[in-house]
Write a protein that binds this ligand. Structure first.
Ligand code: PMP
Length: 357
């Protein structure tokens, strides 16, 4: 740490992204990317924009905002486009929480929530999950502070039904409730339909997973026009050109073929269900994930051991050292071929473990 680093940030424990190694070719099942490339129209649209990079992007993101609003059936004034949904989360924490305005979220959830709390000096109310990793929605009803819930949750993959999300939003009318829908397209219900009734609701989404644009960095917030204006105040106070020209073009081209992206999500969900069954047959406890990943622990093979063994075989999965979930791994759902390779490798690892015993 340099001696110039503000003491305000000295205790920051920054977010650690999943590894993106370059040393060899891996089957990458560790950062919840899509196994499908973007629609061919994306490359074409991006190439067109590349020739205009001497010009700033449109700070209002008019065309992309309108396309997103049309896709979700809301008004453009209800939409803010951002540089990855992490930015929307950051803006929302920054805009609506501070030292005296805490935020509640599940104790096991997306790691960035606690990082944003530390960054903005926001007291965090971390609510324990049930034994089976499910969220008890009643813990959040009338809680009296801001709430953020990933639905489906990460890394468990478990989703709350829309009726439970509505109870949480309805019972906290004087506090913002952020629903992080990074994984919603793989089998959960979106809260966007609740927006006309609840001005305290903020839905955050991303093009990273279901729309194959993780590398482009594109996300969005959908909320009341008042809330979007507040988020824009933060955006224009930090980075007015937060979405670059090529990413905006990629987003528009992707939405023009949204049906293809949604069909890919159904393929991924079908693969997820197949692999879930296969893993259970191999002795894994696997949550009923509605996301593009599985969350699994084996009865006799430790989580970290499995992670290491797979890594040495060229397969990356995500291991978290958090004690409560140290026996688990999060496994992104890839193509059927990739998942068959994974299952074969796990079979092999389990067989050599039995031989050693
Ligand atoms: N929310 C959750 C729950 C996530 O897992 C992720 C992915 N790391 C994000 C938000 C952020 O995704 P992105 O910034 O790529 O849109």
């Amino acid at each position: 740490m340099s001696r110039f680093f503000s003491p305000k940030h000295a205790a920051l424990d920054a977010y650690v992204p999943g590894e993106q190694p370059r040393d060899r070719k891996y089957i990458k099942l560790n950062t919840n990317e899509s196994p499908f490339p973007p629609h061919p129209a994306v490359a074409e649209a991006v190439a067109m924009e590349a020739g205009q990079l001497q010009l700033y992007s449109d700070p209002t993101m008019k065309a992309l905002t309108e396309a997103t609003a049309a896709t979700f059936g809301v008004a453009p004034e209800q939409v803010l486009m951002v540089n990855g949904s992490d930015e929307a989360l950051n803006f929302a924490f920054w805009a609506f929480c501070d030292e005296s305005h805490p935020i509640a979220y599940p104790a096991i959830s997306y790691g960035f929530y606690s990082v944003f709390c530390a960054l903005h000096h926001i007291p965090a109310k971390e609510i324990p999950l049930r034994e089976d990793f499910s969220i008890d929605y009643r813990d959040y009803c009338g809680i009296g502070c801001a709430v953020v819930i990933a639905n489906p949750n990460a890394p468990t993959g478990l989703a709350l039904p829309l009726s439970r999300i509505e109870e949480i939003v309805k019972s906290n009318p004087d506090h913002p409730v952020i629903i992080d829908e990074a994984y919603v397209d793989f089998g959960a219900e979106s809260a966007v339909s609740l927006l006309p009734r609840y001005p305290n609701l903020i839905v955050i989404g991303t093009f990273s997973k279901s729309r194959s644009l993780a590398g482009a960095r594109l996300g969005f917030a959908i909320a009341s026009p008042e809330i979007i204006r507040n988020l824009n105040t933060i955006k224009y106070s930090t980075n007015p050109y937060n979405v670059n020209r090529m990413t905006a073009a990629a987003g528009i081209a992707t939405l023009a073929h949204n049906d293809v992206a949604m069909a890919n999500c159904r393929t991924i969900a079908a693969t997820r269900e197949r692999v879930k069954t296969a893993l259970r047959a191999l002795g894994f406890t696997v949550t009923d994930s509605k996301a593009n990943f599985l969350f699994a622990a084996h009865a006799t093979l430790g989580g970290e051991e499995l992670y290491k063994q797979l890594r040495s075989r060229g397969i990356l999965i995500r291991h978290f050292s958090t004690p409560a979930i140290a026996n688990y791994n999060r496994i992104t759902v890839g193509t059927d071929d990739e998942m068959d390779t994974l299952i074969a490798a796990i079979r092999d690892i389990l067989a050599s473990q039995r031989k050693e015993d």
